[in-house]
Structures are given as C-alpha cells and as structure tokens.
Design a protein around this ligand. Structure first.
Ligand SMILES: Cc1cc2nc3c(=O)[nH]c(=O)nc-3n(C[C@H](O)[C@H](O)[C@H](O)COP(=O)(O)OP(=O)(O)OC[C@H]3O[C@@H](n4cnc5c(N)ncnc54)[C@H](O)[C@@H]3O)c2cc1C
Length: 473
C-alpha cells in the first residue's frame, strides 16, 4: 500500500482481511493522511489537520463493514447558517422538526424521497464501483431527485425555493462541491449532504479525526500488517498487489506507465485549494444567532448571491473580499479537545489552486460579522495555506482537497475513462485515492473499491507480479 489516508487504510484493511500480508508505506511521519489531529496552536488544544466533520466516515459501506468502534459525537442540529438579520437557518436532522418557513414543504419534497430510499441510492453515490447494473434501477424511480442532483445549485435553488434564507442554506451545502454554484453538478453535492444529514447525521469522532486513522491502524496491526512511516515510495515496490493512495501525477512519477494511460493521467485536472485557520479560543464563538450553538458545522457566508460570488472568485483567480467559510466548532459538543472552559474552531475557505496570499484577515472578518467579539477570544491561531497542505500531504496538490475537480467530466470517470477506474494497465497495480470514484471525502470507498477490484482479479488468477520489468523504474 502506498499512502495511508482513509482510502489507503481502507484498501489495506480490505486486503488484510482477505488474508493478504500487507505493508503500508506512508511519506508522512504519522499515518492517516486527511484524518489526523494535532496540537497546532497551544498545548491541550487539539485541531483536525484536514477533515473535521464526517457524514460519510460514520456511515459509508466501507466504514459500516469495518465496524471500527469509533466513538461518534453529533450536535443537536446538522448545520447552522447565520444571516445578517441576526438569525440563522438551521438544518435539523429530523425532517419532522425542520422549520424552513414557507420553503419547508418544497425542501421536504426535494429531499425526502432520497432520504427514504437512501439504501437504494447509496451505491450510486458512494459505490463500491464499478456499479452493478441493478444499482441503476433507483435512477428510474427517483428521476426527479437524480435530475436535481445533476443540476447546478444556483438555478435549482432559485427555481425551487421562495425564500432567500433557504436559498442561502442550499448554496452553503452545495459550495462543498468546490464548484461554481452555476456549474453542474454542484446541486448534487448540496442534496447529497442534506440527505446524509437526515440519514446519518454529520458526526465527528470524540477527540479528533485522528481516531478514525488510529482505529484503522490498530485493526491493521492486529491482522499482522506493517506500517512504515516517513517512507516515501519513489518506485513501485515488489508485491503481488500494489494499491496506491496517490494522485495521478504521483503515480506517473513512481511508475513507468504505458504511454496512452500516462498521457491520459497527465490531463487530470485539479481544482481550487483550501486556506485554513485553526483557533484556540478563550470561550465559545459569540454568535449573534444563538441557534448557531446547536450545530457543530456553521456555514459562514451570508446570502446565496454572496456564496456564489465567493466561489466564482475562486475560479476566476480573485478570491472574494467576503469569502464563504465552512466552520466547525467541535468543543461545544466534545470538550475533550481543549483545556477546561476553552474552545477550538476550525475553518477553511476555497482559494485558487496554489494561492500564495493570506486569507486570514478576510476569514476572521467574516466570523466577526456574525459573531461580534470573536477576535477578542483568539488565544492563538494556526494558518495552513495551500503550499503547507501540499508539503504535509502530497495528495493535496495546490491545496486541492477533493483530489481533483469533481465536475461532470471527472466525477465518476476519474482519473481516466475506464470500465474499472481502479485498475491501471500495469498488472497488479491499482489506484485507490480520491482521484478515483467516488472522489473527495472521508468514506474509504476509493481504497475499498480498488481493493475489491484487486481481490476479484486475484481470484480470477489474472494477476501477475507488479514487479515485472517494465513496471519498475
Ligand atoms: C482542509 C480540508 C478539510 C477537509 N474537510 C473534510 C471534512 O470535513 N469531511 C470530509 O469527509 N472530508 C474532508 N476533507 C477531504 C478529505 O480529507 C480527503 O478527501 C481524504 O483525506 C482523501 O483521502 P485519501 O486517502 O484519498 O488521501 P489522503 O488523506 O490525502 O492521504 C494520502 C496519503 O498518501 C501519502 N502519500 C502520497 N504519496 C505517497 C508516496 N509516494 N509515498 C508514500 N506516501 C504517499 C500522503 O502522505 C498521505 O498521507 C478535507 C480536506 C482538507 C484538505
């Protein structure tokens, strides 16, 4: 296994549970990739380095099967979205408790069919891929939901919702796509996250995201797997199966690939980067809208127009003065992450890929806008810019947190158009990072699907050693 992010560890565990002797090589000094936690600011304040809220880490086909026994925390509300009038739109987990004013009925009509049929829809969204033909049947039954999911978020929000409040809420959910809200299928991300909020909740592990990595690593070690840290793989190792939790460019660097595949990987597109702040705080964030204290995730960005402008700014190379922030306030619900009475907060905004300038001022001004007095609570801050992300984890190319743009052209056909996207032309070599379906997020499904492909090939006996001359540099 090359790389030990959630996908790498998921792939490794799937292979180990199938009886293979597994060795994991991780470039960083700690395993975990995007699911790590550290005292980034002051002693006793524990911050998630990348991923912080895990709708799919709690409940994906891989994590359900893995049954890791992680202790999950969930806030009373899924997400809060403060507005300038001092109120907040709140997404409740329970559809029956949801109050979205005049748009409650429209929202329910849009989301509820998918909530009810999530078990049938889940394979379409998360896999494992490639999909069996029978998995496509729900597409016919839920044609309206599928059409909506393939749309762009802004026209969908404007055509379906009457109120600016719910348009803003939907814009915030859809902005997780890291796509302009006018581009397809940004609405699908908004819908999927809303549906997951009602089905599984947006949970997070007590103590930090690291708990996910720790549980996977413990399970692997119990099965006899070896994990080598600070071990950069520069050429394909000798093994029956090599599963790579790496980006396409890194695969091209370490493997000698057939020219056509190599060229196709060379056309792989990365999206915008992330600029992140972690704060150690002397108290909870003083939101004007008290409802914000009911949600671990807060979308800070105002109206749909503003969020749309923020995401356009990112794609046009000029981040907005008022960026859209995704903010997590774990310590309100998990005090173990900070000294008694103190708090942490985690937030990022999108920036152009590799953006070298600071967003600190603009981000803090946005929090201050909806929580006056916030700045006075800051004891310390840690800044992670795109280059810092990439230095820590080479999969975060230019700070791209989704492992490649997730537009229609690259959503399911990542990294290249192939019947089985996990197989490479090199026998025994599989790609299982977020550059494969279903893409970014902590769900383990890329690594899991890649491992399943390897095991299927192995059982068919058409696997040769990956160390054939030609496959090694
Ligand atoms: C700021 C930020 C916030 C995020 N927030 C969330 C969130 O709240 N919820 C969510 O679900 N997702 C979130 N994500 C996305 C999530 O973290 C990633 O999608 C996920 O970690 C991808 O997993 P992966 O295993 O494919 O890659 P990674 O987690 O990036 O792991 C890849 C690993 O492979 C190693 N590696 C690469 N090349 C080599 C090599 N040649 N040799 C050895 N090792 C190598 C790297 O060092 C790294 O440890 C966030 C990401 C970022 C950056």
């Amino acid at each position: 296994m090359i790389g030990s992010g959630p996908n790498g560890l998921a792939g490794a565990l799937t292979l180990a549970r199938a009886g293979l002797a597994v060795e994991v090589h991780e470039a960083a000094p700690e395993p975990g990739g995007g699911v790590r936690t550290a005292e980034l600011t002051l002693p006793g304040f524990r911050h998630d380095l990348c991923s912080a809220i895990h709708p799919m880490g709690r409940d994906s086909p891989f994590f359900r099967r893995a049954a890791l026994g992680v202790d999950w925390v969930e806030s009373p509300a899924v997400v809060a979205h403060p507005l300038d009038d001092g109120t907040a739109v709140v997404l409740e987990r329970d559809l029956d408790k949801l109050d979205l004013g005049r748009d409650t009925g429209v929202y329910r009509a849009l989301v509820e069919p998918s909530v009810r049929r999530w078990a049938e829809l889940e394979p379409l969204v998360l896999g494992p891929f490639p999909l069996a033909l029978r998995s496509l049947v729900p597409v016919l039954r839920l044609a309206d939901s599928v059409r909506a999911a393939l749309a762009a978020a802004r026209p969908l929000a404007e055509s379906r919702f009457e109120t600016d409040r719910v348009r803003a809420l939907f814009g915030g959910l859809a902005a997780h796509s890291v796509l302009p809200l006018e581009r397809r299928p940004s609405a699908g991300f908004g819908l999927a996250l809303a549906v997951l909020g009602h089905v599984a909740g947006w949970g997070f592990p007590r103590g930090g995201a690291q708990a996910i990595a720790d549980a996977l690593v413990a399970e692997l070690r119990a099965l006899g797997a070896t994990i080598h840290v600070s071990s950069v793989v520069d050429e394909l190792p000798e093994a029956d199966v090599v599963l790579a939790d790496v980006m396409p460019a890194e695969l091209r660097r370490v493997a000698r690939l057939p020219e056509r595949y190599d060229r196709a990987l060379g056309r792989y597109r990365h999206g915008p980067g992330a600029f992140k702040l972690d704060w150690a705080l002397s108290g909870p964030i003083p939101w004007t809208a008290s409802e914000c204290a009911r949600a671990a995730t807060v979308h800070v960005g105002g109206t749909l127009d503003e969020i749309s402008a923020s995401e356009w700014g990112v794609w046009s190379g000029r981040p907005a003065e008022r960026p859209f922030l995704i903010l997590a306030q774990h310590t309100l619900f998990d005090p173990s992450r900070a000294p008694a009475g103190k708090h942490t907060a985690w937030a990022y905004c999108h920036v152009p890929n590799g953006w070298p300038h600071s967003m600190t001022e603009r981000m803090e001004a946005q929090v201050e806008r909806f929580a006056p007095g916030f700045r006075e609570l800051v004891l310390a801050r840690a800044v992670t810019a795109p280059a810092d992300f990439e230095a820590r984890d080479r999969n975060l190319v230019g700070g791209d947190l989704n492992g490649g743009t997730m537009d229609l052209g690259q959503l399911l056909t990542r990294p290249v158009r192939r019947l089985n996207p996990y197989r490479t032309p090199l026998p025994g070599v599989y790609l299982g990072s977020s550059a494969t379906p279903p893409g970014g997020g902590v769900h383990g499904m890329c690594g899991y699907s890649a491992a399943l492909a390897a095991l299927r090939d192995r059982s068919r006996g058409d696997l040769h050693s990956a160390s054939r001359s030609g496959s090694i540099r």
